[in-house]
Design a protein. Structure first.
Length: 103
């Protein structure tokens, strides 16, 4: 059974981990449609880059960089990322970084 909490939920006071959730998807424990819907609704954090030598904030598990890294690692496909982005752009609150929606 998947014990990763849903977005917005809290387990023992900690935030759910997008990195762990995408790992479960890559391992086959989460169906594609569920993953896409969940990630599109994910409460992404603002990225905090501390070291220029490490562009991905490795101490953060809930940023868009984690999704990009999962794409590079082959955990999600380009089509998955495009569908997630399409759904994020269509959210009432828009993209998580406050950028304007893409045309």
């Amino acid at each position: 059974m998947n014990d990763t909490p849903a977005p917005g939920a809290s387990a023992a006071g900690s935030a759910p981990s997008l990195r762990a959730y995408l790992g479960l998807y890559a391992a086959g424990f989460v169906e594609r449609e569920r993953m896409i819907a969940t990630v599109a609704a994910w409460p992404f954090e603002t990225e905090e880059v501390r070291d220029e030598g490490h562009p991905e904030p490795t101490h953060q598990d809930n940023t868009l960089s984690v999704l990009a890294a999962a794409r590079l690692l082959g955990q999600v496909t380009r089509e998955d990322v495009e569908e997630i982005q399409r759904r994020i752009d269509g959210r009432p609150d828009g993209p998580p970084d406050g950028a304007e929606r893409r045309p």
